[in-house]
Design a protein around this ligand. Sequence first.
Ligand code: SAH
Length: 207
Amino acid sequence: MTYNARLVELLKRKQIVDHRVLHVVEQTPRYRFLDSALVEKSFDQTALPIGFGQTISQPYISALMMQTLLQHQVQDSVLEIGTGSGYQTAMMAKLFTRVATIERIKALQISARRRLKQQDIHNVQFKYGDGWQGWEAKGAYDGIVVTASVPEVPEILLKQLKLGGCLLIPVGETHQELACVVRHKHRYETKMLETVRFAPLVRGDLD
Ligand code: SAH
């Protein structure tokens, strides 16, 4: 069995059942988003370093985020805050019509952009900047995914959701949970999905 097929089996056991998610995981080798010295480790189910003190997400959490977006009928436009290696960006680009992604570390943004181009993925718009404010100029999104943690859900991101849209964001300081916030006509509905551990979303000056 290939590594990616093994990973799919593992994800199935952890309640990732959406065949579209399992398919993109299978089609997107994680080692292509890591430094060559880490290729062997790309098979581990853990976060791994990508430089600048940042990590590539654990495959299960990326899969859970994508499955949750699909469960909320997200299809068209998704905003990702925290491009990192581009691993989740690449998978989302295969699931959704358009992906916009923001990264505050220039070097990471450059290598993620290069990897996606090499993999023939062209429906992603990259932005170098601070994602705390979202990316309003691109309009409202069906889904917003934040791959770094915040003490509380930022109001400004909720406003960039379309009606029925869904924000996925790790919330909390010492104890973090992945929150799913859905925008309804007169209110927001929040569900906590899973305990997670992400590095904090950094505010302010760029490196
Ligand atoms: N899904 C990514 C995870 C990257 S880790 C992957 O699988 O590779 C989170 C990323 O968020 C880091 O690259 C970090 O630099 C970035 N980040 C942190 N604060 C940010 C901010 N305010 N705006 C944009 N990106 C931010």
